[in-house]
Ligand binder design. Structure first.
Ligand code: IDP
Ligand code: MG
Length: 149
């Protein structure tokens, strides 16, 4: 089963949008298997955003993601990565479709509310940066038969 790492970024937390953002993934039918509230260190931010090191926005990005607490979550499902990315919307909120998290709630690329893994492989890597395997919960969801064919 595919897994994706989702973060409610500091702007989502500060704006009181945790419930709204978590609810989008929950209602979509993805299954929550891990969740924690934490303050990211510069070291964790550097590892999480290693692929962006050297880019002009990198410094601001690390400042942003470490500027306050985040909610880190692992969501599971068939095509969980693609489903979560579609629910998040495009990286630039002004280009994100209405109905998506970024399209409904955001205005700027540097305050785009949410992170989601961009491939199944990166999903595995990112989940392991934030969670130990024993922090993830295998559980039977009563509604599975109504969500998964
Ligand atoms: P993603 O979050 O949609 O996967 P990425 O290209 O992986 O987008 O970029 C990671 C994050 O870096 C974005 O979500 C955004 O917060 C920030 N970012 C990306 N490009 C820019 C930029 O050009 N200016 C400012 N921030 C940026
Ligand atoms: Mg990305």
């Amino acid at each position: 089963m595919e897994r994706t790492l989702i973060l409610v970024k500091p702007d989502g937390v500060q704006r009181g949008l945790i419930g709204e953002i978590v609810g989008r993934f929950e209602q979509r039918g993805l299954k929550l298997v891990g969740m924690k509230f934490l303050q990211m260190s510069e070291e964790l931010a550097g590892r999480h955003y290693a692929v962006h090191q050297g880019k002009p926005f990198y410094h601001g990005l690390v400042e942003y993601i470490t500027s306050g607490p985040v909610v880190a979550m692992v969501w599971e499902g068939n095509h969980a990565v693609a489903a979560a990315r579609a629910t998040m919307g495009a990286t630039k909120p002004v280009e994100a479709a209405p109905g998506t998290i970024r399209g409904d709630l955001g205005m700027e690329i540097g305050r785009n509310l949410v992170h989601g893994s961009d491939s199944p492989e990166n999903g595995v890597k990112e989940v392991s940066l934030f969670f130990h395997e024993n922090e993830l919960v295998a559980w039977q969801r009563a509604t599975d038969g109504w969500i998964i064919e």
